[in-house]
Design a protein around this ligand. Structure first.
Ligand SMILES: *Cc1c(COP(=O)(O)O)cnc(C)c1O
Length: 371
């Protein structure tokens, strides 16, 4: 079969394996794993790979993605705070949505009533990261109002950290959720079943056994896809970090100096570039660029290749020391970080190929044995 480039090759076995590993680690602590599908635009093959691991609850930030998954039978949570304008779709396509605005929750209540449904919500609490959530001091007041609404059921408290402010989850900030759960019970006599303690950055607390025992749900995207926790960027034991491989085709190979000739102005992105003079190098251009990927999120599988930089459509590589002699038409391969997977999966110019047999990438030292 003729391949198109650039492409991302997605190893579904590695994703299933990672999901299984994380699920087993979390289940031991009584934590439900919500498999987050937004990074790969909820592509159904990847969704199936995650469900195959035994995960039964999916989360996405976009209603459109949940809509695409409407025929998949599992629990679904809308992760991004709902827009009022999409309330009808939210109650139709999600079982649970994360919310922080009373007015929106009222609109959801009305939409749920119209279709005779009870919509579940998790109230997001801002414990310090300054992205979404009601401030801790306002939670009780908000809960009081939510409890007055018909067709809305408050099923959880949640938080999201390490996303905007870079605040790390710890016993102290997750402890605030635990305390609120107790306060709500004392004040209103109701039990809040779900305490959703964050994303892949909370996994380190599962790994080192410091996660408060009341936390019983985590929403995990990157951990499953790239096999690492995101508080410190450490690999999760026995997980793969190369389930997504970017492949680009070389369109030029030439020996050139490392410093441009002429006066240096701004590059195509308005930045003033800096060049270190390391003499004449053998350079390759791969036909993939910033429209498709995040350059600093790429790691060549061949450790002897380095990246000079990229413009919208050209990735410029130093292949002087490459393990294999590379020519025009050859393919170069890269591991990707979160931002890079996000960009590549979203780019219509990047072809996606799903691999069903386990492929251990060349030059990958971190690969593990499944047996
Ligand atoms: C994206 C997202 C997640 C998943 O984050 P990862 O770091 O990929 O695990 C969890 N919760 C919310 C609200 C999100 O938007």
């Amino acid at each position: 079969m003729k391949r198109e480039y650039p492409c991302v090759e997605i190893d579904l076995c590695k994703i299933t394996h990672n999901a299984k590993t994380i699920l087993s680690m979390c289940s031991k602590k009584g934590i439900e794993v919500v498999g987050v599908t937004k990074v790969f635009c909820a592509e159904l093959s990847v969704v199936q790979a995650i469900l195959k691991a035994g995960i039964t609850h999916l989360g996405d930030s976009r209603v459109k993605n949940l809509m695409n998954m409407k025929d998949i039978c599992c629990k679904k949570t809308l992760l991004r705070i709902s827009m009022e304008s999409e309330a009808e779709e939210v109650v139709k396509y999600s079982d649970i949505s994360l919310n922080s605005e009373l007015e929106t929750i009222k609109v959801l209540a009305k939409a749920a009533k119209n279709i005779n449904k009870v919509h579940n919500i998790i109230l997001m609490v801002d414990v310090g990261d300054l992205r979404e959530g009601v401030l801790v001091k306002d939670v009780i007041g908000t809960v009081k109002e939510i409890l007055k609404l018909d067709n809305i059921k408050l099923v959880g408290l949640g938080t999201n950290v390490t996303c905007y402010g870079g605040v790390l989850p710890d016993k102290n900030n997750l402890g605030k959720l635990v305390k609120l759960k107790k306060d709500i019970k004392n004040m209103f006599g109701i039990e809040i079943p779900i305490i959703s303690g964050g994303n892949s950055s909370s996994l380190y607390m599962v790994m080192n056994d410091t996660i408060p025992k009341e936390i019983n749900q985590l929403r995990i995207g990157e951990g499953i896809l790239l096999g690492r926790e995101t508080a410190f960027g450490k690999p999760i034991p026995k997980c793969y970090d190369d389930a997504f491989i970017l492949k680009g085709e070389i369109v030029e190979v030439k020996e050139k100096p490392t410093v441009p000739t002429g006066e240096i102005g701004r590059d195509a992105f308005g930045e003033k570039p800096y060049f270190k003079d390391i003499g004449i190098r053998k350079r390759a251009i791969a036909a993939v660029g910033r429209q498709d990927i995040k350059v600093d999120g790429l790691t060549p599988l061949d450790e002897n290749i380095s990246i000079f930089g990229a413009s919208s459509d050209h990735l410029i590589l130093d292949i002087t020391d490459s393990s294999k002699v590379l020519q025009v038409g050859d393919i170069v391969e890269f591991k990707m970080d979160y931002g890079c997977v996000l960009a590549a999966m979203t780019s219509q110019y990047v072809k996606k190929y799903y691999v069903k047999e386990l492929k251990v990438a060349k030059g990958n030292t971190k690969s593990i044995n499944l047996a």
